[in-house]
Design a protein. Structure first.
Lengths: 108, 935
């Protein structure tokens, strides 16, 4: 199972990097989204994997997974959204000001 | 905390002084004077205690965990400096009121001056070294503002920048020194440090620490080779120079030497560093002062020279030398402030400061001339004036020191030579300006300044005479008090008197006076020589070259890496990250796979993984068709939330799911305004390179994740799991961490979110974007923008969705949920209304202004934190209790749930703000149906 998660993180990172290297704003924003997925999963992985042990205190529970990375990732997800929104607005603003959506602001 | 108030009053006063300027030009001066007077009144009640020899220390816990308190200390040295800062400050305030012209902004000037005054008071009254450093940096910043007060002048800006660069760099070194000192002494409190001098001097890190601390002191006090910033700071208005270079800024450096004297002095390193720096500075400053034709330039170099003298005295390390050093600090502050003010009056009345043109002013302004002559005589060290007394003590100490050195006569020659030059330049200040023929081509006809402009000079000159003639009555108590706290012990016997009998010191004084007279008489050929050598011996040139080199290096690196291409920068960044990571891994011995037991793979997980791989790789393959790529990205996000569910993170799954919805809606809205297709631009080689980079980065991330996942680890989790219910009153540990244990972090996060929302709002304001009237395939958009079935359904769903979000919010403390998720659910529910019914319809039914929602959210969250102060608990301490409500039964309420409500409001407000304003642009850009247009 660990291999599957490592594979997911790797593929998401690769897709994110490839898209972030494109010349147009929209794919770059998508690339950042992929990188956010990868980073969030990676941070989550710091707590290692366990199945059926949510960190909700319960007398019947056999054990709990690590809640700290989860708390970290929860806010990270929300902040990634804010960041994505900010970047896409920058892209729109650049489109309005420069007339194209090339990341360097020039048609080439 | 009355001492803290002494420091705080000028800061509050600065704001007030800037504000009242709008009601009248001179109001600021009155306010500034009142503020300085108030600070003085606050300080004086402590004076009797301090004169009695006691040290007052007052403290307020600041960061107790790292041993950092806001601690203020008032002892003799601190009181002496505080009196100088406030007393001379008051005179400067009065003087500047007449000095500044109609065009200068009074409010700005006095605000800066008070800021500076507060920072200086902070330095001298600090008990804690780190706190002292903070105020030290504040003086650098405030002096930058003061020196560049005439912002329009290039030399003012350059002078200010140079002063900031030199003193700022010194301050950085000093911080390093302070940190070492604090670690050596085991405390950052002066009381401890001053008492553990022997341990500090014996420590192996003593020398590096000393060098770093002295770098700070010597740059601030303009000692060789860092002296060059001071003459350039003369571009400041003269009241600023009079303040900064007599009693305050440059005295901060020697204050530090005096302050740390018991802890650091008495070693050969201390002695040599300070004697060499001080001696060179003493001689060089005196030498250059004679050849400056600018009146303020002469005073600037003389200041450098006198600071060298003080540094040299502290370097000698004996008790008597320290007494002489403190005495000269007092005397120099008094006569130099008076001289600068006199120079300012002359500049003000003549319109120039060039001594080749200002001559024979005696008949135009005899009153000012008399005052200036007394102060200059004090500077030269003429008997009956205060400068003479401390200078003679200095000569006596030099004789004493040289007796113990192999080439001691060298020191004596240097000291006498400096005395000769001091007499000569003081004589020049008197003779060249007030006599020596007629003025040459002055822009204005000089006359006496306004009556009150002379009062501050008169006060200072009176002090020169009083101290000079009756030292034992006037200055001795202050000196004894200050010296006792410098030495932290008994003051050695010293005799402040005009006449000590015939001794070497008197001989040196006579030599200096006679030599100075002779030197001045022979000045003409020397000036010619000096003019020829002008600019060759200039430390500033070195500084400029260093600065230019630094700029060139930075520019070169920037140009090499940044050619204005984001792609190139990202590629460089990813490549170096991969290389560094690979080097780190290959250089180590650790195996890739650790020893943790792995979980077995099941079919569903395998299928989900394959789904994620297919969707993400598909998105990359189809990325030029943007809509398709976006939809596939949404699918990837869904699989990610499935991963969270599988591995025991229900909160994360809920968050990811709801964020995914808003992200996709957001990107869809944005995509409307962008090209639907990405043109094929990169060639095969570029795509190949990018793919390689992406594979390397992905491989690295996967390897790293694998290495981590297969290793066992220690976690701080057990603490949170154990304390969640008893301390936080909630069973959902993730939520309790967010709103309780780490509530402060969450407060920061929602602030970021609020700022992002507001930033986007600001960007979208007045943004005009043309919307396309056809989609990528060339088909016109459907006219029916709000289908009736969807509209009706979403209206029905709204109450249910809102109910769900309230449910999620309320249960969040004990079961998966909470403010973040509930906020996102509410946002999604409301956005559905916009999508299905249109902005106009929804706006009519919902408050259109979302800023108050965000503001209230932040206010509620912060207020919950502040409320704990009312119960004497630290910020954001939470509490909870169990309540019984008839019919509902027993339930639990925690103050952290109120905090969560704040989180909820911020998330709702920010998310809606972002999406709605983007959506409103759609409405503005959408093409109307032909029959709508007709109406």
């Amino acid at each position: 199972m660990e291999a599957l998660l490592a594979l997911m993180i790797g593929v998401l990172t690769a897709c994110g990097v490839y898209l972030a290297l494109r010349a147009r704003a929209f794919p770059v924003v998508l690339g950042l989204t992929y990188l956010s997925y990868a980073v969030n999963l990676f941070l989550f992985a710091m707590g290692r994997l366990s199945i059926g042990r949510p960190p909700v205190i319960d007398a019947a529970a056999a054990g709990y997974t690590d809640p700290v990375p989860q708390a970290l990732v929860l806010t990270a997800i929300v902040i990634s959204f804010a960041m994505t929104a900010f970047v896409i607005m920058l892209a729109l603003k650049a489109r309005a000001e420069l007339g194209n959506d090339h990341v360097d602001g020039r048609e080439s | 905390m009355s001492l803290g108030l002494v420091v705080l009053i000028p800061y509050l006063g600065a704001v007030l002084a800037a504000w009242v300027a709008r009601f009248g030009r001179l109001h600021s001066a009155w306010v500034a004077a009142l503020v300085a007077g108030l600070a003085l009144a606050w300080l004086l009640p402590h004076a009797p205690t301090t004169f009695a020899g006691a040290t007052v220390v007052q403290r307020l816990a600041w960061l107790p965990a790292v041993g950092l308190d806001l601690a203020f200390r008032l002892d003799g040295l601190a009181l002496l400096f505080a009196l100088l800062i406030l007393g001379i400050g008051l005179l400067i305030i009065l003087y500047a009121r007449y000095y500044l012209s109609e065009r200068d902004s009074m409010g700005r000037f006095y605000a800066y001056l008070l800021l500076f005054m507060g920072a200086m008071l902070g330095i001298v009254l600090s008990e804690n070294l780190i706190q002292l450093f903070l105020f030290w940096e504040l003086t650098s910043l405030a002096s930058f503002l003061l020196i560049s007060y005439w912002q329009g002048r290039e030399e003012a800006r350059n002078g200010a920048r140079m002063a900031l660069a030199v003193t700022g760099a010194g301050g950085l070194a000093m911080l390093g020194g302070f940190l070492l000192l604090g670690e050596i002494a085991g405390s950052y409190e002066l009381s401890v440090i001053l008492a553990s001098g022997d341990a500090i001097r014996a420590h192996p890190l003593y020398v590096p620490m000393l060098v770093l601390v002295l770098l700070g002191a010597l740059t601030k006090s303009a000692q060789f080779p860092f002296h060059f910033w001071l003459p350039h700071a003369m571009a400041a208005p003269t009241p600023v120079s009079a303040y900064l270079h007599s009693a305050t800024m440059v005295k901060a450096g020697v204050f530090l030497l005096a302050r740390l004297f018991p802890a650091l002095s008495g070693t050969p390193e201390w002695a040599w560093l300070l004697i060499l720096a001080g001696g060179f500075t003493l001689l060089l400053g005196a030498f250059f002062a004679l050849f400056k034709h600018d009146l303020k330039g002469l005073l600037a170099y003389s200041t450098i020279s006198h600071l060298g003298l003080i540094t040299l005295l502290f370097g000698m390390g004996t008790g008597l030398a320290a007494v002489a050093g403190v005495f000269h600090i007092i005397n120099h502050a008094i006569f130099k402030a008076g001289l600068f003010m006199a120079a300012g009056i002359i500049d003000h009345e003549c319109g120039t400061r060039d001594m080749r043109r200002i001559n024979g002013l005696w008949k135009y302004m005899p009153h000012t001339a008399t005052l200036a002559m007394v102060a200059a005589a004090s500077m030269a060290g003429v008997p009956l004036f205060n400068g003479f007394l401390s200078k003679e003590m200095f000569f006596a100490e030099s004789v004493h020191l040289s007796a113990g050195l192999t080439h001691g006569w060298l020191l004596l020659v240097a000291v006498v030579l400096a005395g000769v030059f001091a007499v000569a330049y003081s004589l020049r200040f008197i003779h060249d300006v007030f006599f020596n023929g007629e003025p040459v081509d002055l822009p204005r006809t000089p006359h006496e300044p306004p009556r009150w402009m002379k009062v501050p000079v008169e006060v200072l000159v009176a002090l020169c005479l009083l101290v000079g003639i009756l030292p034992a009555v006037t200055v001795e108590p202050v000196l004894a008090m200050a010296a006792a706290s410098v030495l932290q012990g008994p003051v050695p016997p010293h005799d402040l008197a005009l006449w000590h009998g015939f001794n070497p010191a008197l001989l040196m004084s006579i030599l200096a006076l006679a030599g100075g007279l002779l030197l001045y008489a022979a000045r003409k050929p020397l000036f010619v020589l000096a003019d020829r050598w002008q600019g060759r011996l200039d430390a500033r040139a070195l500084y400029q070259r260093l600065l230019q080199g630094l700029f060139a290096l930075a520019g070169g690196v920037t140009r090499a890496l940044d050619i204005g291409s984001l792609q190139r920068l990202i590629a460089l960044f990813v490549a170096s990250a991969v290389l560094l990571g690979a080097a780190g891994f290959l250089g180590g011995e650790a195996p890739l796979t650790g020893g943790r037991a792995l979980l077995p793979v099941d079919g569903v997980s395998l299928l989900a993984t394959l789904g994620l791989l297919a969707a993400s790789l598909g998105a990359v393959a189809l990325h030029r068709r943007r809509l398709a790529a976006l939809i596939l990205t949404g699918a990837v996000g869904l699989v990610v939330s499935l991963v969270f569910i599988k591995f025991s993170a229900p909160d994360l799954a809920l968050t990811q799911l709801s964020v995914e919805v808003v992200t996709v809606v957001l990107l869809l809205l944005a995509l409307y305004f962008l090209p639907q297709r990405t043109p094929a631009e990169s060639g095969l080689a570029r795509r190949g390179r990018d793919a390689l980079l992406a594979l390397a980065a992905g491989g690295g991330a996967a390897a790293l994740a694998w290495a981590v996942l297969t290793r066992p680890y220690e976690s701080i989790a057990p603490y949170f799991l154990a304390q969640s219910v008893p301390e936080g009153g909630g069973r959902n540990v993730v939520n309790v961490i967010l709103v309780d244990f780490r509530g402060f972090d969450t407060l920061g996060e929602i602030t970021v979110l609020a700022l992002a929302g507001l930033g986007i709002y600001a960007m979208l304001e007045r943004l005009q974007l043309p919307g396309p009237d056809r989609d990528a395939e060339g088909r016109p958009w459907d006219w029916d923008t709000h289908p009736a079935i969807m509209a009706s359904l979403t209206r029905l769903l709204l109450p249910l969705a809102l109910l769900t979000s309230v449910f999620i919010l309320l249960r969040g403390h004990n079961l998966p949920g909470g403010g973040f998720i509930a906020g996102l659910v509410t946002a999604v529910a409301l956005i559905m209304q916009y999508l299905a019914n249109g902005a106009a319809w929804t706006h009519a039914r919902l408050p259109p202004n979302l800023h108050p929602v965000i503001g209230w959210g932040l206010a509620v969250a912060t207020g919950t934190g502040l409320a704990s102060w009312a119960y004497d608990h630290p910020f954001l301490t939470s509490t909870f209790g169990h309540f019984d409500w008839p019919l509902v039964g027993e339930f639990e309420l925690a103050s952290a749930m109120v905090f969560d409500l704040g989180v909820y409001l911020v998330v709702v407000g920010s998310t809606l703000l972002i999406l709605i304003y983007l959506g409103l642009m759609h409405g503005a850009s959408h093409v109307l149906r032909p029959d709508e247009e007709a109406r």
